[in-house]
Each structure stands twice: as C-alpha cells, then as structure tokens.
Design a protein. Sequence first.
Length: 449
Amino acid sequence: MIDRENETYDVVGIGFGPSNLALAIALQERGLDGSESGLSSHFFERQHRFGWHRNMLLPSTTMQISFLKDLVTFRNPTSRFSFISFLHASGRLPQFVNNQDFFPTRQEFHQYLEWAQSQVAGHVSYGSEVTSIQPVQDATGEAPDRLRLTVVAGATGQVDRVVEARNVVISTGLVPRMLDGVESDERVWHSSEFLHKFHCMDPASLRRVAVVGAGQSAAEITRFLYDQLPHAEVSAIIPSYGYSVADDTPFANQIFDPGAVDDYYFGSEQTREAFWRYHRNTNYSVVDDEVIRDLYRRTYDDEVRGVQRLHFLNLTRVVDVKRAGPETRVSLRVGPGGETRELEVDALVCATGYHSMEPTKLLRDLDQHCLRDEAGRFRMERDYRIATTPYLSSGIYLQGGTEHTHGLSSSLLSNIAVRSGEITDSIVARGAGLSTKRSMFAQAAGGIR
Ligand code: FDA
Ligand code: NAP
C-alpha cells in the first residue's frame, strides 16, 4: 500500500467516464485544478485506461446526441475542450462540416473523449477501484466533514490507497441487467461485454446466434452479427411486434434541454409522470430509424434471394436458458398465446438493458445517513447532492441514478456539461460557507426531492 498520509482532496470523483471527465474539466476551467487558491481534486477509475462502452464500439454506430452536446459546450461554448476544438486539433474540421451530420460515429466520439481525458489525466488514477466510503470521525465526535475512501488496485486486488475527501462525486455508470437467473459466461453474453466475448470465439464456430431485446443495443448487435457471420443463422428475440423507433424529433427532444431538469425537479407528481408516460420512447426499448431500416433491408434482400438467415421472433420473451458445454438451449414464450418453444444456439447475446447507477454498496454504513423517499430511492437536492441527516456535512453528489428526481437525462450525455458546472458551483458555494446544510438550489426551491 502506498503511504499517502494526509492525502486529502476537496473533490474526489469515483469513476471516470464522460460525466466525471466533464466535471474534471469544469473544475479546471474554474481555475480550481489544484492551484493554491482553488480546490484540489482527484478521480479514480477502475479500468486500466479510459474507455467509454468499448465493447459496443461497433462499426458505423452513431451517437444518439448532437456533437454540440459534448463535454463542455452547453456550459462554456468557448471551451478548448469542445468537440469542435478536437476536430480542429485532428485536422478534420472541414471534412466534418462537409459531412453535414450532427451525429458522429461512436468511434469518433470515443476519440474525442480520449483526447479530452489526456489533457486532465494528471488528476486521474486508472486501474483503481473505490470499494468504500466512510466518514472520518475525529476525537471531538463532531459531525464529520471528510469522507475516507478505500481504493483497490485492479492489478493486485489489494488496498492500494486510502484518501480523504470533503466532497465525493459518484459516477459509476449503468449496471448491466441480465435475464433473471441467467449468468454470463463464454457463450452467454451481456451486450456490455459483447465485442470482447465475440473476439474470444472462433467465428466459424458461431453458426446459430441469437440476440435478446428490442432496444438500440439489440438492433445494433443483430446487424453486426448478420454482417460479420455470413454463414450464420441470426435470431432476434424481440418482445414487441417489431422494433419501435426512438423519438428524437425536436419537440420531444426538449426533455433533454438543461431547462427540463428544473421542470422535472420542481414539477408536480403529475408533471413527472407525464415525462415518463409520453417520452419514455426517446430512450428505452427503442431503436434509431436508420438501424431499423438497415435491418429490414437486409431481411428483404434475403427474401428476394431466397436465403432467409435473419429471423425475427416477435412477441417473444426468453423465460429460461440452459447451458451444457458448447450447447445453449433457450426457452421462449412466444406470441399472444404464450406457447413455449426451444431454440438452440452457439451464442446468446442478452441486450436486456441496464439498471440505473446504485451507490449503496459503496456507501456501506454511510447509507443510514442518506435520506430516502417512500419508494426507497435517495432523496436528492437540486445540486445533485444526496440529502443527508445533519450527521454528515460533506457533500455526496451523484452523476447518474437520479432519474426519479432530475429526469430522463440523468443517465445520458445530454446534460453533462451543465450538470458538471452546477456541481462545481455547489461545491464552491458550500466551501465558501454560503450554505452548509442545503444547496442554493434547494433553498431557492424550499424543498428537497
Ligand atoms: P459511464 O458508465 O460511462 O462511466 C462510469 C465509469 O465508472 C466506468 O468507466 C467504470 O469503469 C467506472 N467505475 C464503476 N465503478 C467504479 C468504482 N467503484 N471505482 C472506480 N471506477 C468505477 N447516452 C447519450 O446521451 N448518447 C449516446 O449516444 C449514448 N450512447 C450509449 C451507447 C451505449 C452502448 C450505452 C450502453 C449507453 C449509451 N449512452 C448514451 C448512455 C450512457 O450512460 C452515457 O453515454 C455515459 O456512459 C454516461 O457517462 P457516465 O460517466 O455517467 O457513466
Ligand atoms: P433497453 O433500451 O433497456 O432495451 C432492453 C431490451 O431488452 C428491451 O427491449 C426489453 O424489453 C428487452 N428484454 C428484457 N428482458 C427480456 C426478455 N426476457 N425477453 C425478451 N426481451 C427482453 O437497453 P439498451 O438497448 O441496452 O439501451 C440502453 C441505453 O444505451 C439507451 O440509452 C440507449 O440509447 C443506449 N445505447 C446507445 C447506443 C448508441 O449510442 N449507438 C447503442 C446502444 C445503446 P421490455 O422493455 O419489454 O422488457
């Protein structure tokens, strides 16, 4: 274990995906990057290098937001960390503009994120997983104003470091959701591990493959498998009658505007319910129009050639998976009548979505000081701080896991620039003693959600 007694930061970020990368930049742009007068900060990331959903970096897949919703532009349009600055630095700005497309490939956006992280990498420890957050209790028994984080080195699995923080920003990302009772292995994969598991296999051994789900991940993987395995039968197990299109039309897209966070947070129960009832189809169990058309075109062309190898099993859900050696037997409940059917495959991909971010495991004993609503979810202040009992004066902020209080953009990229700025403002304001118990936002609103 590295001896770093007194390693105390004003801000420690757990996880270094796009959300905390945006925060690192927001802190730096406030001149708060560890300079004498500013706040000190450090970020811990369990991956050995920066990576944004690497196992889903499939060829030609595109972003689901405009390139202008990058790490910074909505907060600071003149930032040197913008996607446009990246294009300029890469010598591709004219070509990008000629392309006349708001939606870069995921591969290019990944390059942008890597470029941005390389400029703040001095504040990040990779291969470092935070396993717990505990209060620092001093001899006086006063309310702890610091938190102690235990960091494990990925390579050794040993405790590597213990650091203290006045504020913690948790941004550990979505949690893969498998089929009930099914575990992933070398032939049953969750979409989040797709490319890694796929490349571990001999493609020739994959003659029958199936993909579960009717969301963006499922459709993209189905298209990829069909294209990469020209000898294989590809089955798409979809619970709906056909893929539904993701609504990204302009009026619906307003729910991802920064202002929509206030409408959701300060809105009535009825307002929040309307967001979900009318606009869930902007994000969940839906697919981009272009991918739907691509898949339909492939199956139609096959039909014309009389060689059908792409099978859409609609109104179908997986109810069980049995594994034995190279065999995988999938039990399906099919159609309106609910008959059961068996499908044997060489590999099964569960594109069954994600649970939202859940920091309870990290918080351990601290969890008892975090307030929860009637449904057991964290009560949140407007500045993304978990509402706590007076016992805690340090800030525990969440980037993600706040859909119930801050709306649909919580787990997406749409609002990360503005959200990071708001968290930075809150930390500065609280540090300056403007408010210790309630954020300026919550004060303005007179309430906590
Ligand atoms: P993200 O999951 O990216 O990062 C969390 C990081 O925390 C990870 O790097 C993880 O390793 C690390 N970590 C976890 N636990 C840790 C611990 N205990 N200690 C240290 N590190 C830890 N949204 C959108 O708006 N537009 C889009 O185009 C897409 N595209 C997209 C594609 C795919 C395939 C998926 C699955 C999702 C999207 N999304 C999206 C939604 C997605 O949530 C979003 O793009 C970001 O990944 C959110 O960034 P975060 O930094 O919050 O989480
Ligand atoms: P998702 O939208 O939550 O879809 C999961 C799918 O799995 C749903 O259709 C669900 O159907 C289905 N499912 C669950 N259990 C099932 C069962 N037993 N049998 C059959 N189907 C079952 O998840 P996702 O596609 O991974 O998308 C998650 C997020 O990642 C979204 O924000 C998406 O936009 C994003 N994403 C973006 C890109 C990109 O940028 N290019 C690529 C991939 C993903 P029910 O709803 O009926 O349960």
